[in-house]
Design a binder for this molecule. Sequence first.
Ligand SMILES: [Zn+2]
Length: 350
Amino acid sequence: MSGPTPLFNVNEFDKEFYEQKLRDFLPDTFIDCHTHLWLNEHYLPIKDEWKRSCAWPLMVAPTSSIEDLNETNELLFPGKKVISVLYGHPNVKIDLKVNNEYVARAAEQFGYPALYISHPTQSAEEIEEIMKNNPCFKGLKVYLQFAPAYIPNDEIRIYDFLPHEHLALADKHGWVVQLHIARPRRLADPVNYMQILEIEQKYPNLQLIIAHLGRAYADEDLGDALEYLKPLKKTMWDFTANTNQYVMERVLEQYGPERFIYGTDFPIFRMKARRVIENGFYINEVPKGSLGDVSYDSHMREIEGEEAKKITFFIYEEIDACRRACEKLGIKKEDVEKIFYKNSARIFGI
Ligand SMILES: [Zn+2]
């Protein structure tokens, strides 16, 4: 007798990687602060001519249901219990209203916390009303794609998609605000780090989370940012979709494990991949044929033959980089528990 076909295959190499490097490092229960859900019927009938984000993440999964998310955690982390923080799919092609409603239903059903994807054109009154009616939403997920279309991609500033009106509202209620910064220099860009600092100082009651460690995937992406960001008192850093041990160490060193949180960016990081940096530019190496044609994307490279068999799940690489950073800095088990559970439990009210 065989059960239903699993969502994806976990092979011997993957199982060994998990057993040897990750299983004992991870607490029995942990919280993933960063996941995306969307269904086919959430897409708007518009053509994809307008590119504001990388194309490769969408090749991993055309849709991402709550059932797929739960199965992903069961397949990847046997013996563990995972609580996911749910968001919709922040994309101009998605009907955000329908998508947010689906996320709220999934959150209610499983008792997970969620974030509401807000659009910069929404009034504060409208957002406040929706949040009041959906207590599963613990705050806002904002995204650069929703900045006004006339602003060139490389020039998007935080306030273009996270207006002061929304910040003031989040501050009033003490909400979480999850921020994925724009601009080619990423965290190293002074526009980004000056505005991050300004947000914390002007709106001290909201809980800011900097996604992907400020998208500092290469050492160079840090620049002088951490020097300027020293005064930050409570902003949290999620290392979602980041596999850079050096960057993790620098952030952990400066802010401590109390300000560092785990997230996956599922479904994206369930893909098989590892990341290499060449001249400050990140490249995801994937087993040949595992994602379809990636030749048009300079951030992607296909690996063939025996070498390809040594590529495991991207999320395993992320957690392993965190493990190595914690080991190097001598971070104790109870502090690892903060990174994977307690910090998120506190800010999301779990
Ligand atoms: Zn994400």
